[in-house]
Write a protein that binds this ligand. Structure first.
Ligand SMILES: Nc1nc2c(c(=O)[nH]1)N[C@H]1C(S)=C(S)[C@@H](COP(=O)(O)O)O[C@H]1N2
Ligand SMILES: [Mo]
Length: 335
């Protein structure tokens, strides 16, 4: 649907551009190591995960007309400091072509994601902070300054989009949390509810989805907490009610469905890093000159067009973020 005419040098999407490809191979390897009885299990679960089934179709139907309790907050004022070099991606495309492994490994999970209940939604803030607390999403939305930002988004699978996020600067979350000076990292955990998220019934994934940033990254002006999209509350499939938006990093760093923020002095091990650290590291800053082990990062397919455009260092945001990494040249900054 998206790539109408495949160029000869493009690999089929199913073979090259899916974060799950590696996963199935690894599951197989684990199955082999564990013995022949387990070998069939991943395939069985995979089939179960891919089939939404009648029940979830009913849920999707029932929740489609649900009004988000935060709807009256939007639209919010656009911050004109952040500009795009390309047109805004078509809303329908950005909200129907998604990565959200909790709901399955295909791009077409948007209906399944409607099963996720958004209220009550409590975020637990803990670890190295003055005083741990829990806060409901609606209370949190009252305590922050919401704004809209146009950002590019670059997935490690080499597709990209450009969208108007609503939300608030991550530094506001840090200020609310009052971290101790010993805190060096933020560790974000996403929801874990296998009853509504079929992908979480696949036992070999290390749920919940975990991501992390350094305190310095969290305080960078670009780091953003997304609560809305296209002037409306965040669609469930895009990570409602709270997700990360880190436009200079590969998309997998921008966790959806956040329920927990831990301040820690230990570098978090993320979901993908735990699965395959050789392919998905902690830093994951966009860099066209550092290929992923399975595919080049030189260019990207802009969603909604057949065009491939050159990928930029830090996804074009170097003027804001390059300084974060000076002195860290020994680190694997780009994968
Ligand atoms: N919880 C969670 N967050 C996630 C993912 C996921 O599978 N689970 N996928 C990531 C990846 S790989 C990308 S590219 C973006 C996609 O965001 P979008 O669907 O809003 O474009 O979400 C990221 N956040
Ligand atoms: Mo991604």
């Amino acid at each position: 649907m998206l790539t109408k005419v495949k160029k000869g040098w493009e690999l089929p999407e199913s073979a090259a551009t899916d974060e799950s490809v590696f996963r199935s191979r690894r599951s197989l390897i684990r199955g082999l190591a564990a013995g022949p009885i387990l070998l069939g299990a991943p395939a069985l679960l995979m089939g179960c995960k891919e089939d939404g089934g009648a029940a979830s179709a009913v849920v999707a139907e029932a929740t489609a007309n649900e009004v988000d309790p935060s709807a009256s907050l939007y639209p919010v004022t656009r911050n004109l400091r952040y500009r795009l070099d390309r047109p805004i991606t078509d809303e329908e495309l950005a909200t129907t072509y998604n990565n959200y492994y909790e709901f399955g490994s295909s791009k077409n999970i948007w209906k399944k994601a409607q099963a996720l209940p958004l209220r009550p939604w409590t975020i637990k803030i803990h670890g190295m902070v003055e005083k741990p607390f829990e806060i409901g999403i609606d209370d949190l939305l009252q305590q922050v300054q919401l704004e809209e930002r146009l950002y590019r988004h670059r997935c490690v699978e080499a597709w990209s989009m450009a969208v108007p996020w609503s939300g608030f600067q991550m530094s506001q979350l840090v200020e609310l949390a009052k971290p101790l000076s010993s805190a060096k990292y933020l560790r974000f955990a996403s929801f874990n509810d296998p009853d509504v998220a079929g992908g979480q019934r696949a036992g070999w994934y290390p749920w919940p989805y975990i991501e992390g940033v350094t305190m310095e990254e969290a305080m960078n002006e670009l780091a953003f907490m997304g609560t809305g999209l296209y002037g409306k509350p965040m669609p469930k499939q895009n990570g409602a009610p709270l997700r990360l938006v880190l436009p200079w990093k590969y998309g997998f760093k921008s966790s959806k469905g956040i329920v927990e923020v831990e301040f820690t002095d230990k570098r978090p091990i993320s979901f993908w890093e735990e699965i395959q650290g050789g392919e998905y590291g902690f830093w994951a800053n966009v860099n066209p000159d550092v290929p992923h082990p399975r595919w080049s990062q030189m260019t990207e397919r802009v969603l909604g067009s057949d065009e491939r455009v050159p990928t930029l260092l830090y996804n074009g945001y170097g003027e804001y973020v390059a300084g974060l990494y000076s002195g860290l040249e020994g680190e694997r900054l780009y994968m």
